[in-house]
Design a protein around this ligand. Structure first.
Ligand SMILES: C[S@@+](CC[C@H](N)C(=O)[O-])C[C@H]1O[C@@H](n2cnc3c(N)ncnc32)[C@H](O)[C@@H]1O
Length: 236
């Protein structure tokens, strides 16, 4: 008996190959899992936002893949390199700014109200953490938040010092949040009040090589609302 594949190479992987983004199975192989998770959004009217458009020579390859896959979505790309602004047009909009600037990220979330945010920008620890802590709480219930290229949290021969710009790595934060989620823990591992509130909004975490996807709950569980309120009272 041949088992059906839960994560076959599908339309998104083919588009990634065609457009030339490293998300295809030729390189990072992210699209098989993304297709599994993003398919319910395929024909929905929603906003998809990607932080990190890519060097001009890449020709907005990932934005072009999303544009072809999602039939009705508004696609927004964000980058701090002004040269990629030229790709802004009818197919997708590009916003120029720093994806580690809390005020800018908040403005993006409030203006476009993305239901899916994918961070493929600098891959620096501090940037990944700031963007996640700023934009995940502003997602609508049921939204998805993706952090790509988390291998930068691990020892690597090149550019490690560039990525390791924060006391805690992105992976260590993710590991603490996942531990609290999996164990239904309230006291361990140590979480700030803000992080406890984040966990109370996580419905599920999907993980594969180098990328992690957080699904936002439809609503917080009553006991976790109480738990976060109690932590806030204790802090006062
Ligand atoms: C890996 S590339 C994105 C590739 C593209 N998403 C794709 O799959 O084809 C990373 C991009 O992030 C941008 N970037 C780096 N630091 C940034 C920052 N602080 N804010 C916004 N964009 C940044 C770079 O200019 C570069 O275009």
């Amino acid at each position: 008996m041949t088992l059906p594949s839960l994560l076959p190479r599908g339309e998104l992987d083919a588009l990634a190959h065609e457009m030339g983004t490293d998300k295809s199975s030729r390189t990072h192989d992210y699209m098989r899992l993304y297709e599994f998770l993003f398919k319910p959004f395929k024909d929905q009217d929603f906003c998809f936002m990607e932080l990190g458009v890519g060097l001009p020579r890449i020709n907005a390859a990932s934005l072009r893949s999303w544009r072809k896959f999602f039939t009705k979505a508004r696609i927004i790309g964000v980058d701090n390199d002004k040269r990629v602004e030229k790709f802004s047009g009818d197919e997708f909009k590009i916003r120029i700014g720093d994806a580690s600037d809390t005020a800018f990220l908040t403005e993006l979330s409030e203006t476009y109200q993305p239901s899916i945010v994918l961070d493929d920008a600098s891959h620096k620890w501090s940037h990944q953490i700031i963007a996640f802590k700023t934009m995940f709480p502003l997602l609508p219930p049921g939204g998805l938040y993706v952090i790509e290229d988390i291998f930068t949290s691990f020892p690597m021969p090149i550019k490690y010092d560039v990525y390791a710009d924060h006391p805690e790595s992105t992976w260590t934060l993710i590991a603490r949040l996942q531990a609290a989620l999996a164990g239904c823990q309230t006291e361990w591992p140590a979480l700030s009040v803000e992080e406890s509130e984040l966990v109370s909004w996580i419905d599920a975490v999907f993980l594969t090589r180098r990328t992690v996807i957080f699904v936002k709950r439809e609503a917080q569980r009553p006991e976790e609302i109480e738990r976060v309120a109690e932590l806030k009272r204790r802090q006062e």
